[in-house]
Structures are given as C-alpha cells and as structure tokens.
Ligand binder design. Sequence first.
Ligand code: FES
Ligand SMILES: [Fe+2]
Length: 448
Amino acid sequence: MLTAEQNERLTQTSAGTPMGNLLRQYWHPIAATAQLAKNPVMSVRVLGEDLTLFRARNGTLGLVGKRCAHRLVDLKYGFPSPHHDDAIVCPYHGWAYSRTGKCIDQPMEPEGSTFKDKVQIDGYHARELAGMIFAYLGPSPVPELPAWEPMVMADTLRYIEYGTVPCNWVQLQENSPDRKHTQWLHGHFSKWTLNRRGVGEDDPQYQSTMRFVDFPTDEFFMEPFEYGHIRRNTIKGSDKNEGSYTVGTPLIFPNMNITASGARFTMIWRTPVDDVTTMSWFLYGVYPGEGVEIPLQKAIETVEIPTYDKDGNLNDHLTAVQDHIACFAQGAILDRTKERLGATDHDIIVWRKTVMEQLALLEAGGTPMNIFHDPEMGKFIKVPLICKDDPNRFGAWSLTADRKYQKRSATVNYSVPELPIVDEMEAAAEKGAAAWTKRRLAEYEAGE
Ligand code: FES
Ligand SMILES: [Fe+2]
C-alpha cells in the first residue's frame, strides 16, 4: 500500500514531475523500423508529448513537434523534404524542419527573409536498434542507447510485437515481479479461455498452459543485480540446478524485463504514452546454440498484438493479452492506497523501493542506474540469459512433465503463431534442443 502522494510520484510521467524527469533520462521504444518502412512519417505520443517521427531522404531519423509553427498543420501529413537531405516539410506551404526542429526553409516567404531563423519547434533524439526506434526526450549529454544482449546477440532469429494498453506503465512493470500470477492468469484462466474455444489437449498451447497449472512457481525470490533485479525460482517438480534458479531472469530498471526458456528469449519494454496509456514492446528471439543453421534474417518482422478478434471479442487466450487484461483491469491508474498486498507480493514492494530510491537519487543530483555514457554500452551489454548461460540450456518450464522439449514454451508465447517467422523460430529452437540433447548424451557416454 502506498500513500496518495507516493502513488502520484510513482505514476505521473509528464515533464516536470519526479517520475517524468526520471523516465526522461532513458531511451524508450516508440515505433518499429518496419512501420517507418511503410510510411516514412508518423505521429507518436510518448511521456505525454505529441510528436512526429520521420525518416529523412538520406535515411536519418527525426523526431520533432506535432505541428508546423506556421498555421499549425499536423506534421503527420508532411513528407521528407525533396530539397533537403535531412528534413521534413509541411504539406501546406513547404516550411521545412531539420531533425532538431529548427525551421530551415520557408519557400513562400520573400527571398532573403530571415524569418525562418526565428522559428523553432520541439526536436528530440531518435535512434534505431533491433528493429525498433527509440526516443530520448531528456537533458544533455545524451546517454548511449544501451545495447542489451537480446538486441544485438548474433546467431539468432527475432521478431517484434507491440500493443497499446489503456493504463499506467507501472501496472505493466509491476506484472514482472509479480511471479505468482503465472499459475493463475496463464494457467487456470488461460485453460478456461482455451476450453471455451474448444482447443484440444493435444494442442501445444494447451499443454503449455497446463505446465502453469500443474507445475506452479514454487520457491521464488528477487535480488538486486547491476542493472536492476534478478528473479529466481524453482517450480514444483524441478530443483535448484535449473536455469530458472541458477541464472534467473532479469528485471531491468526502470521499465524493461527479460524472460528466457529453452532456446527462446523475450525482452519487453513498457513505454509510457501518457499517464493512462502504455505501449508494450516485445522482442522475441531464439538462440538455438552451436551447430544449428538458421536462415538469414534481412529485416525484423513486426506485428501489432491482436488484442481483439474481428468480432471485437478479447483474444484472452493469448499470453500477452492476458497480461494486458490483468493490468488495465486494475483501472487506468491503480489506486495503491486501497490495495491489500499479501505475502506473495513481496517482490513488488522490493521493486517499488528501488524506484523510490532512484527517484530520490536523481533529485539529490545523482545518476540513477542504467544511464550510460561509455560507448561500449552502446555496443553490447551482457545480461543473464537462461538460453545462453544455463549449462543445461533449459528453464524449468521449457520441458514437458516427462522431460521432453516443450513446444511453444510456457514462458515465451507469441501472439501471432501463424506467421512464418514464428514457425522458423520454433523449428530453430527444437533443432537447438535436439543438438543439445545429442551433445549431452555423448558427454554422458564419454563419462564426462
Ligand atoms: S501551415 Fe505549415 S507551412 Fe504553412
Ligand atoms: Fe504474465
């Protein structure tokens, strides 16, 4: 339970608020490379600010204010300037804006006019990595865009999902230290939704759901690490030698999360659109390991999470949608003065404490965690990943009850399973599992 003041401090994201100031110290995903490939100009809203994202003629990215300063036309109707390499132009009278929001051309004004030099709209930083476009709205000097391992690791196949959730970002982030929800939300509730859809027991998703019902999180705890917290757990029937316990899964400060299971991994960001809307970004990947050939991936495919089906019904059988439902069902901004936290909410309290400490640190003039100015951090940041760092290569949930490889791992469920890339990723994961099993068998026979 928090006081009303604490809850406000935690959840308000606009400029000048304590959390708004903290979140402005970080890069946040706002769009996908694939979206700009379809249309080089789009509206974005992040941390309560309405902006225009564009790719200029020379391929560079710009992130400027929503409206042209002249007659306030929405620049989402603009286009890359045909007369400048790195600018956007307004469709009405051709005023051009550079990537910094500076007006650099007013073609209808008299020749020699210096009026343009007095015109400036907002201009922020945009950078691209792992098929996503990240925005930085904070003070100078601009920190490195952190290259977390799942974003840059080699020998992987990746794909992206994103969805808009009508609630405050903290509800989504608190879903990650909330370990016990998996058994109920992705187990019993998921089973209920699959039963209603007539999904049979031989379906991989049904089996994956039953893993949560039959093998719930057993022992679990969260502890601090360099970039946030590591969550460790056993499940009923597993022991402390498996990756879910020995390696764990990192919760990265302030709004990221990484899960891994078998050959698969998922990195998640929660980008505040404003105080009552959040964008969830999922970077799904497989790391099948040595000896498994994977197809060359030219671009990272991106799809929107289908929260509703074509008839307007919630797709509540999809893992990501289940999490989103649980979050927005708490209200637009969860009133934490009224909640009743139990013993299993311990890690939520730990996470909040860290956030409050980091807020206080920033206010005292210090540097909160995960703000990097070392260029090496823009190239590669190693994080614990079960799929790479567990000598057994498997998290507890990636095996079936009889210790076979679990298709469609219970902790990594794609929302759009009919995409070819998802089939390719699953095939690579299974090949990786088979190669690993063969290798372990050979080691065993050789007495190692
Ligand atoms: S309104 Fe944009 S150039 Fe006139
Ligand atoms: Fe979940």
